[in-house]
Write a protein that binds this ligand. Sequence first.
Ligand SMILES: Cc1cc2nc3c(=O)[nH]c(=O)nc-3n(C[C@H](O)[C@H](O)[C@H](O)COP(=O)(O)OP(=O)(O)OC[C@H]3O[C@@H](n4cnc5c(N)ncnc54)[C@H](O)[C@@H]3O)c2cc1C
Length: 500
Amino acid sequence: MGASSLGEPATLLVTCGSALYILRVTEASFSVPPSAPASVERAKRELRRQLGDSKLLEAEEAVARYARDESEAEAEPPDVVVLAESREDILTTLAIAERFRVPVTPRAGGTGRTGGAVPVARGIVLSVSGMNQIREIDAREGLAVVGPGVVLADLQRAVEAEGWFYPPDPNSLQTCQLGGNVAENAGGPRAFKYGVTRDYVLGMEAFLMGGQALSVGRRTRKGVTGYDVTALLVGSEGTLAVLGDVTLRLIPKPASVMTLLISFASLTAAAGLVEAATAARLVPRCFELLDRNTLAAMRAEGNPIDPRAEALLLVEVDGEPAACERDAERLAALADDLGALTVEVAQGEAPRERLWAARRAMSPAVRKMAKHKLSEDVVVPRQAMGELLSRVARVSEETQIRTVTYGHAGDGNLHVNFLWDHEEERPKVERSIERLFQAVVELRGTLSGEHGIGVLKAPYLPLEQSPQLIQLQRELKRVFDPQGLLNPGKIFPRVGHGAC
Ligand SMILES: Cc1cc2nc3c(=O)[nH]c(=O)nc-3n(C[C@H](O)[C@H](O)[C@H](O)COP(=O)(O)OP(=O)(O)OC[C@H]3O[C@@H](n4cnc5c(N)ncnc54)[C@H](O)[C@@H]3O)c2cc1C
């Protein structure tokens, strides 16, 4: 594992029944032994023979680009990258990889936040980006069949041109791809009203290590035949199967959308609007919250944000035009009652985009605040969001690690970002993350709302899940991938605690 994996040993306290176990997670816990060089060479020779040179990257500079994603995780470059263009290319790669016992890391857009596409055991990175055909949009049934390398924004544009709508919208939509979205069960701002990727996946083609193809799921809206293997594969982070064409359910495109940008003098008041709106049975399609540190970063970049504001909420409603206007008015009135400083309302593409610009400016602005940024995407029940935000502030005060927090407040899904500049601050960052996760579990939340566990959160899984549940999942993985060659080093903690 490369230098920017978790540096210092971390200590985790894990409860199991009435017992308390202490897990010591070291650098070695993450390392997965690479294959023997001779096996890799034989596999490469066979890949060249069966796929041809044009579908392989082997040069140092070329493979180096596949050693990381959009997280802090980084690995040695893979031995070879396969640029798959078809299902046959995937099948060939998986057959050769199993024959020579070489690990395979599937990769789509490479925008993951937890190191899921990072090849921690080197071997083969299997890129599906070339499988970027929208095969079918069935406007009568309301479904689409798409290759795993289709960029999400391209799919959204294509279905909207036909009057349909595919709601999942991770903010990386211009570069992330459907294979990665399904493997991570991606969410996004619109999840509050429309749910996440899982709610739209009807079926898929899945490829197992060794080179076996399975048709999983269905094209119909209903279906309860056998186990729900589709649901198991959605969110499996590339550890069970490589996903090919995916069949997606579409819904009618909403007739009209209105956006509100509301500023508040306190985070509590902003969180109060989310509470008040849900109590009033209003279901906006999104509730994006930005805290004071995020606003400070944006102001530093020249974004004109009311100097009195300590929190911003971006709220969006959709539906029939009259219903939209009524909901927007009710939200504005609730915001007024809570002492909102400003309420801006926009309808129509260009004015709405102007309000969204504030939200989109946030990520690059925060990036510039420090040399390193680690973004957690925890979820707590909505009512516990205020408590979580105070705990984050306390942790930051204690450890002196700066935080900025924003996220999908309607879902209680907050992106807590830890920022630091110097390598020696790492142990304090680890301590902050642990404290955050402990608070989340105490508040009956979950460690990840949408980014998955990947490599970075693997050591913390026992904080949330029992040893028995983790063991059951390990056994499921063995059924799909007996030799543990598909995306090794992901999801499961590699600690020899043997507790419970
Ligand atoms: C600026 C920014 C904003 C983001 N906002 C959001 C957000 O709002 N909501 C959200 O959910 N996420 C968000 N993300 C995280 C990320 O974009 C999502 O997790 C996305 O779904 C990853 O897709 P990808 O194509 O980049 O996948 P990759 O990063 O390439 O891979 C992600 C995982 O999927 C596996 N995988 C990829 N393709 C396949 C396949 N064909 N078969 C099997 N496994 C496969 C990989 O092995 C890896 O484990 C954001 C990221 C960035 C950089």
